[in-house]
Design a protein around this ligand. Structure first.
Ligand code: DGJ
Length: 732
């Protein structure tokens, strides 16, 4: 039988296929962290060093032993107020205002399924196993339950914790991170994914050193600026070799990630909710559950780490029935018309879409209320029949008649001042009493923590969908940060609950929509990729990756996104040139090859295309249909790093059985007199013979080994921004 958990002389070890995670309950009941990394049969507690160190305090119950200090011992869960002065996961304030926590193990149990946190997103499974360790404060009846679920085949472990107040006082949680993880060394590079609107998830490498490095979002959403994911990479680790750890929060709100190099050459990572905007009172008998943290160890570089994440996310996080289905190839009218359309204009686009062979038309912003510009009508979810020239149901029917499905854009979490909803319920706009709310895109946050406001908007949107009769896809957008938070009717101590309650309310609204339409293809969006996280993927199978649709920029954005998120989650469209975001002109073929990397579609005015462009798009659609299963379910390989200064970027997807693969190469910075680069596949069957082709032209037959070790030379681009798509298929 596969061993997933072992107890051995107070050591608790979790096993995945290729990793071990080990803790020790020491003689004092303190839960030490002894190992996370390559699979070991033994114990690793011999690394723990007890020494009398200046200025490191000793727990009161151990005096006069001066060698034991939480200031340097590796902790399983780091707390404020026990002599550990590194960063911490838990900060509890008692009723008298003091902050202290000294946790000791009470018991532990091993269960045969993953926990269910209700509306709080989580990995799920009824086969995988969970360790729950309960600790208690040494002085008071405050309990902390640590949860670890082992997804054995995926080398993935999820962690979370809950704090249970069994005292008779009301305490306040000032910080409740999902986990802290200690490492005995400091020779790590921390990779994180930073950016801004239109430049999401650009890889950044930070050399860990003594001090505290923090990435965060205090925007109420996971954000364009930082993604709630990091990698700790060993000194020589690459895509294919060496140790690395991937950590991802299963959460869509603000977050904190700190990586601290301590004074003794150790490293601590703490990940969880945005603590700057958090405080959570816990009355007697109440508990608080944190979001989950998913983590994986790979001894074979970052490529394997990503593929483990992709598989686990596809098979144990995303619940949508669309997860395993080919996605419709859509045309979205946003960049085609913005707010300036009529039903007739839309149907002209649909006519061309039909000719090209697309599956779905998506009506973006501007179909409701007086929404002719972005400063008005959010909240007025009534179809603007005058603008459409017909009821929405008729438009849907016309689209269906032309053989396409219909999709609709919504932005339920918002309200404009210039809206009937605001005029009727000004108090539903999130505002700090006595102040004017901050405006962003001239829109305000609808206070969805107010059940009445939440229900009203959800009902209105459901009504539109019911009347339209056949809406098969919804794009759920969200275009500003959650600021001006005020929890109406709550006391001073409870104001710090707002942002987390907001995220829970958003999850609940999303779930209500899915309960009403279980087969709906729901796409997440927040000004493109401002809420691209594992929390959203629990509800939606794909997310609009960025408002930036330029092929060159998308290569970088999709590269960064690929470290944790499977290609099937990456919504990618071909748009017009010059590109609307950066005015760059790239060939249609390249735009297609870049968008083939995910869930593919179009986002431009099809009625303005030339005959040649239409013909080329027909080919693109045929090509993508042939590749869709491979792209959406295959094993993904990053072959180069677009930030490395090279002239090109390459990536590849391989069928898990090794029968076929594609390799794409995009030239974003062509140099003069440039040698044709040598490209190499990964993940093929070494001793099998493959046929290599480019644009349907066979280039030769090669052993998998040759294609992986020797490689082949890329075609030479005639101009910058050209791309090539190579395919290999196994010879019968
Ligand atoms: C931001 C989205 O990312 C765009 O795709 C588009 O839907 C606009 N919002 C509409 O306002």
């Amino acid at each position: 039988m596969t061993v997933r958990f072992k107890e051995d002389s107070n050591h608790l070890t979790l096993y995945t296929k290729e990793s071990s995670y080990q803790m020790q309950i020491d003689d004092h009941g303190v839960l030490l962290h002894t190992w996370y990394g390559a699979k070991i049969d033994d114990r690793a507690s011999h690394l723990i060093e007890l020494r009398d160190r200046g200025f490191s305090s000793n727990p009161p119950d151990l005096v006069p032993d001066r060698t034991y200090s939480l200031d340097f011992l590796p902790q399983e869960i780091a707390c404020l107020g026990n002599g550990d002065l590194r960063d911490f996961a838990l900060d509890v304030a008692w009723e008298n205002g003091t902050h202290a926590l000294d946790l000791r193990v009470v018991n532990y149990s091993w269960e045969d399924k993953a926990p269910d946190w209700g509306v709080l997103p989580h990995f799920w499974s009824d086969k995988d196993h969970t360790l729950c360790i309960t600790l208690k404060d040494r002085e008071k009846d405050l309990y902390v339950h640590l949860y670890y679920t082992v997804y054995y085949e995926y080398d993935l472990i999820t962690r979370s914790l809950s704090v249970e107040n069994r005292t008779d006082e009301t305490i306040v949680l000032h910080k409740a991170a999902s986990a802290s993880v200690d490492f005995p060394t400091q020779d790590w590079t921390l990779l994180h994914f930073a950016g801004r609107h239109n430049k999401e998830r650009a890889r950044q490498d930070y050399e860990v050193q003594q001090g505290r490095f923090k990435i965060y979002s205090s925007r109420g959403v996971s954000s364009h600026q930082h993604n709630p994911t990091v990698i700790l990479k060993g000194p020589d680790a690459t895509e294919d070799f060496g140790p690395c750890y991937g950590f991802a929060l299963v959460y869509s709100g603000g977050f904190d990630i700190t990586c601290e190099g301590d004074q003794y050459g150790q490293t601590r990572l703490v990940m969880g909710l945005d603590s700057q905007n958090f405080s959570w009172p816990l009355e007697p008998c109440q508990s608080f559950q944190t979001p989950e943290l998913a983590m994986t160890y790979s001894g074979q570089g970052m490529g394997k780490m990503s593929r483990d994440f992709h598989k686990a996310v596809r098979e144990h996080l995303i619940r949508s029935p669309w997860q395993n289905r080919p996605r419709p190839i859509v045309v979205n009218n946003w960049e085609a018309t913005y707010f300036d359309f009529t039903g007739e204009k839309l149907l002209e686009i649909v006519d061309v879409a039909r000719e090209i062979g697309l599956d779905m038309f998506v009506l973006d912003d501007g179909w409701f209320g007086a929404r002719d510009w972005d400063d008005r009508a959010l909240g007025d979810w009534q179809v603007n029949e005058k603008k459409l020239g017909m009821p929405l149901r008729d438009l849907v029917k016309e689209v269906n008649k032309r053989g396409l499905e219909f999709g609709l854009w919504v932005e339920p979490e918002m309200i404009n001042k210039d809206s009937d909803l605001f005029r009727a319920h000004p108090d539903w706009a999130l505002t700090v009493p006595g102040r004017q709310p901050l405006s962003s895109r001239e829109q305000l946050i609808l206070d969805i923590t107010n059940p009445e406001a939440r229900r009203h908007v959800t009902d209105e949107i459901l009504k539109v969908m019911a009347e339209a009769e056949n809406v098969r896809y919804v794009k759920w957008d969200m275009n500003r940060s959650v600021l001006d938070t005020y929890l109406a009717g709550a006391d001073r101590k409870s104001q710090g609950m707002y942002r987390h309650l907001y995220v829970l309310a958003m999850y609940e609204m999303t779930q209500t929509l899915l309960d009403a339409y279980p087969d709906l293809l729901l796409e997440g969006c927040s000004g493109g990729g401002g809420r691209f996280d594992l929390g959203m993927l629990y509800f939606v199978p794909q997310i609009w990756t960025s408002d930036n649709t330029d092929a060159s920029d998308r290569v970088e954005i999709q590269y960064g996104t690929s470290f944790f998120y499977p290609p099937s989650a990456i919504s990618a469209h071909v748009s017009a040139v010059p590109n609307h975001q950066n005015h760059r002109t790239t060939p249609l073929k390249s735009r297609g090859i870049v968008a083939y990397q995910g869930s593919f579609g179009y986002e431009l005015d099809l009625t303005r295309l030339s005959e040649e462009e239409i013909a080329e798009m027909k080919d693109q659609v045929k090509t993508y249909r042939g590749l869709a299963e491979l792209v959406l379910q295959g094993d993904y390989y990053r072959l180069t790093n677009p930030f490395s200064g090279e002239a090109y970027t390459a990536w590849s997807t391989v069928d898990p059985a090794g029968k076929k693969a594609i390799l794409s190469v995009y030239y974003h910075d062509l140099k003069s007199n440039y040698p044709n680069p040598i490209l190499r596949f990964k993940g093929l069957l070494a001793n099998s013979l493959y046929e290599l082709s480019l644009d349907g032209q066979v280039l030769g037959k090669f052993l998998g080994q040759t294609l992986m070790e020797v490689g082949f030379r890329s075609a030479y681009p005639e101009e910058n921004y050209q791309a090539f798509l190579y395919q290999v298929t196994l010879c019968e």
